[in-house]
Design a protein around this ligand. Sequence first.
Ligand SMILES: [Zn+2]
Ligand SMILES: [Zn+2]
Length: 261
Amino acid sequence: MIQITGLATALLTAFVFFVAIFGRYVLFSLVFWWLFKVSMKDQFSHRAVQTRPRKANQNWREIGWSMVTSLIFSGIALGVIWAYQKGYTKIYTDFSSYSLIWYPVSIGLVLLIHETYYYWLHRWMHWPGVYKWVHKTHHDSITTSPWTAFSFHPIESTLQAIIIPALTFILPLHISAVGLILIIMTLSSAVNHLNTEVYPHDFDKHWLGRWLIGATHHSLHHTQFRFNYGLYFTFWDKWMRTESPDFHQLFSKKSQKIRQE
Ligand SMILES: [Zn+2]
Ligand SMILES: [Zn+2]
């Protein structure tokens, strides 16, 4: 683990975090963009959820905001490392410190807590007085793309970023579990903003699929604004009756058989 001893080391560590966080976003978004918008474009063209053309320079605007978001995430990560070195967090590095079953349970628990935090934060961010200051930047993208994944106003990025670091003070989390959660978060955001439905037909009725958010589900949030507030899972939207009434019909249409050509 890198020791933070002085300002220069702290800045260098923050820079390494920035390269890792922004690099991960670029890598995931680039892979999804290349796969579904270039390489298999023809096979998946009928699965494009929103067909309205994207605004000029929208990719670069989203990448710019995502860079700012990555800077904020890096600053917060630096704070967590500092707290870890001081012994304030419950992050552990030795697998034998806790039962092995705790490892997957801790990841699941963090995702469920993150979902709950995000759902209610997201509902709050849609309040008219809050929306234009905090959340409008993200909604400037009506037709989303993998580049939209981290495109947030700095206030929203900060509010989103604090929950997982906060949990490291409460729940014992293996250092690799924290890394895995951050990878799941980035992957999920890239899939949800892809604007190409990649799930199989009828996955919205599948015992597991019905609980997972995907491109069609989240695209409806960007076009309808008042439905589908979830992050990874659909349960809060189902319980609070904020799932779009158009979701299942649109999903059925956008998850038709992949063309073989
Ligand atoms: Zn929103
Ligand atoms: Zn979004």
